[in-house]
Design a protein around this ligand. Structure first.
Ligand code: HEC
Length: 608
């Protein structure tokens, strides 16, 4: 990054502490703030009438369409995406003394507009900006910023709201540190728990040794210029007991040790109580590895009644897989079309899959027969349930990793197609089954196919090797690796604007671009390495502490070069989010395993 072009911003960035001190104006009355919140978020005036505005000199906007949140976002940090940057309008931007403005953004193309230094807004200048589109100091604002019809009461309420908007760091953040928790639900077996904790621990050590004052290396111009890189502190919160007690456990731990966000996380049953905690407490829940993310099963459910979402997930989990299967069965036409659809499920996650499958089948006008098994039904319970199956049926078996062995030793009925979920059974790499079942089972596979994802996961593999950590579960480990790296990158991008709403907003804006950008960078590194045999000085090598570490990293990278181009950095083919969205991967393949144990795709990537 060229520092010369950033000089004016650098000056602005040097005084964030002063700004915080200057923020000590008298606290506004809470009901004024609440009235302001309704205008900002819902587009409702103090009188209860909808906010009215005109945009681009004529287009009428009313109520929610005119609400500030639609453009300036929940955090008030605006946005740098698209052709029209939207200015940050939180306290530290609108009301800061000249010269004390914090830095909003490092993007060279956006920096100038967003970091524009201006005199602090007052009552009159704010009214002029809102009613007539004239910024403080007489600068005409872009025609995208609407002109509002607001009276003095509205203005007072709005100002009170803006004066407290993103005025302090969110809980869990201090000048030097930032706190996270990683939650694990009680159902997770020891092996997965152990590798999860080992990776977290290792990442934390690497992270903090690179930010320690004496070992600091300049990982980006942003962290160098603004000194924003903080030490990470992390607790693993291992929940116990029944799901209905998890909420109170989380609240207690959060009272004792407030965190900025829940970083990753792990569950083999349901995550819904954790998601509910995050929504209620406004704690971001950051890409955990879970099969049942929340009670809201679709973007539409999640969006209903909520402006901000505090959970970001890789996908809808088993509910997505169920919808993919319903879609696949719909697409099979002619003689091989299933005569009947059946499903068998056991356990909590299985029940969620079954419910989603039933919903999709019903939406398509198909009937479905559901059989519920006790979680301890065992092979004999499964055997008697399977007696209801007839030739020509398609049967979804929503079994998890502990229930899968029930199939061993049983002969599959003739002429029946079976479907298993690979995320429920935790078989992202090896889909093992007894040979007699292998030929009649297809899998719903929400990951990129193994040969295609090798390049994308090359960095994970080299990272694990460097730290002598085993590859136990590729899906889980790559998800955790992504969550950690994505957090690092997003924090760097946020500079000193550490607000929870902004974290979610930046991730929603960044994830698609970051995926393609990183993939390109990694491919380019590999080409450079291959062409000239030169050392690629990346963060990996910078972290290598011994010569053996470094040479291992080099060897892995040389191997990675042979893999071809990356298309992303996770186990999913593509991740994307937009404002308000919470599920990043939207589809799955249908696959089977051939006689040699190789995984073969039977469908394209299906997005239901
Ligand atoms: C349709 C999108 C949109 C909506 C709705 C909107 N704004 Fe803006 N606003 C903008 C854009 C774009 C700018 C940047 C204009 C520029 O810099 O030329 C802006 C700029 C501003 C500025 C000037 C900031 C500065 O640095 O000088 C203020 C103040 C402001 N908006 C407040 C509000 C408030 C309060 C609301 C709700 C009542 C609101 N805006 C609603 C798009 C919007």
């Amino acid at each position: 990054m060229m520092l010369a072009t950033l000089r004016p911003c650098v000056v602005l960035a040097l005084l964030p502490a002063l700004l915080l001190m200057a923020a000590g104006a008298t606290a506004a009355e809470p009901d004024l703030v609440e009235q302001g919140r309704r205008m900002y978020v819902d587009g409702v005036r103090v009188s209860g009438k909808p906010v009215q505005a005109t945009q681009n000199g004529g287009v009428m906007l009313s109520g929610p369409q005119a609400a500030c949140i639609g453009c300036h976002r929940a955090s008030g940090m605006g946005s740098v995406e698209g052709s029209q940057p939207v200015s940050p309008i939180g306290r530290r931007f609108l009301f800061a003394q000249e010269g004390d403005l914090v830095m909003a953004n490092m993007d060279g193309r956006r920096g100038k507009t967003l970091n524009q230094t201006h005199a602090p807004y007052g009552d009159e200048t704010l009214a002029l900006a809102l009613r007539q589109g004239v910024g403080v100091g007489g600068r005409p604002l872009s025609a995208v910023m609407p002109h509002f019809s607001l009276d003095a009461k509205d203005m007072a309420a709005l100002k009170a709201y803006l004066q407290q908007l993103s005025s302090d760091y969110s809980p869990g953040v201090s000048q030097q540190t930032i706190r996270f928790a990683a939650v694990i639900t009680p159902d997770v077996p020891d092996a997965r728990r152990a590798i999860f904790k080992a990776m977290l621990q290792s990442a934390l050590v690497a992270k903090n040794s690179s930010t320690a004052p004496r070992k600091r290396y300049m990982s980006s111009a942003a962290s160098f210029v603004t000194q924003t890189e903080r030490r990470w502190e992390l607790q693993v919160w291992e929940l116990t007991g029944a799901p209905q007690t998890w909420g109170p456990q989380l609240q207690q731990r959060h009272r004792d040790w407030p965190v900025f966000a829940l970083l990753s996380g792990l569950s083999d049953s349901t995550w819904a109580p954790v998601d509910a905690f995050c929504q209620a407490q406004h704690v971001p829940c950051w890409f955990p590895s879970v099969g049942v993310p929340s009670a809201a099963n679709s973007e539409a459910d999640a969006a209903a009644g909520a402006h901000a979402t505090y959970g970001l997930y890789f996908s809808r989990g088993v509910a997505l897989e169920a919808a993919v299967l319903a879609r696949e069965l719909l697409d099979i036409k002619g003689k091989s079309a299933p005569k009947r659809r059946l499903q068998l499920h056991a356990g909590q996650a299985g029940a969620v899959a079954a419910q989603a499958f039933e919903q999709s089948a019903r939406a398509q006008g198909h009937s479905l027969k559901s059989l519920t098994l006790a979680t301890d039904a065992g092979a004999s319970g499964l055997r008697s349930a399977l007696q209801q199956v007839r030739a020509g049926d398609a049967v979804a078996l929503w079994l998890d990793a502990t229930q899968l062995p029930w199939l061993t030793g049983m002969t599959p009925p003739n002429g029946v197609k079976f479907y298993l979920s690979s995320s429920l059974t935790q078989t992202s790499t090896q889909l093992h089954l007894a040979p007699e079942w292998r030929s009649v089972v297809q899998w719903i596979y929400p990951y990129e196919l193994p040969h295609k994802r090798e390049a994308n996961l090359a960095y994970l593999h080299s990272w694990l090797k460097l730290r002598n950590l085993p590859l136990v579960d590729e899906a889980l480990q790559s998800e955790l690796f992504f969550a950690l790296n994505m957090m690092t990158d997003t924090l760097q991008d946020m500079l000193d604007n550490l607000y929870r709403d902004y974290l979610i907003e930046r991730a929603q804006d960044m994830v698609s671009k970051r995926e393609s950008g990183k993939a390109e960078q990694e491919s380019r590194d590999r080409h450079t390495l291959g062409r000239a045999g030169r050392t690629v000085v990346n963060a990996e090598l910078a972290h290598a502490t011994t010569a053996t570490d470094a040479s291992n990293a080099m060897a892995t990278q040389r191997r990675a070069f042979a893999l071809g181009d990356s298309t992303g950095t996770s186990i999913y083919p593509r991740l994307s989010l937009g404002p308000g969205q919470r599920f990043a991967s939207k589809g799955a393949y249908i696959v089977h395993v051939d006689a040699d144990g190789a995984l073969v795709a039977d469908s394209d990537w299906i997005v239901p």
